[in-house]
Design a protein around this ligand. Sequence first.
Ligand code: MN
Length: 204
Amino acid sequence: MTISLMKLPYESDALAPHISAETLSFHYGKHHQAYVDKTNAAIEGTDLADAALEKIVQAAADKGNAGLFNNAAQVWNHGFYWHSLSPQKTSPSESLSTAIDDVFGSLDKLKEALKDEAVGHFASGWAWLVVDGGKLKVISTHDAGTALTEGVNPLVTIDVWEHAYYLDTQNARPKYVENVLDNLINWQFASDNFDRGTPWTYPA
Ligand code: MN
């Protein structure tokens, strides 16, 4: 068994004009594919060859195997990111809504917190809404860093690597983040993750 490039949950032009088909053709078709290929090359012939992606990421983190971790974590992060976006308007479930209001005051305030984290994160990385010890929290991770190995339950993420937005908004990361937060965040996915209470798993 090898790790596969998961199917996109929508057509490649479905997120336009906020994220163009051209961006997706590179981001999904080239970057995500390359992380998949490099992960498969790294696990071939090892005791992780048949392991689930989550186990590979954790094992690489535990062993300090940066080469494998960077690629495997990026496969997982991108799968999670594609699901964190939706061309359809979605809204948080009642239970997630209540938790958002409790911690942030309102959905708009949470979006502001996510925007600050995503825009303020220096260089490449990911901004996340997670559940940490039963409480909602906004965090970011560097480079291939993933919430999956942070002992939290990730709800949604925003990719802030330049390859996520450079073709669409060039250097204007804030514009990209606004586009995502105002139009594309999949609150249904966040709610499913919140209500299930355990981390999402990458499709086998
Ligand atoms: Mn990316």
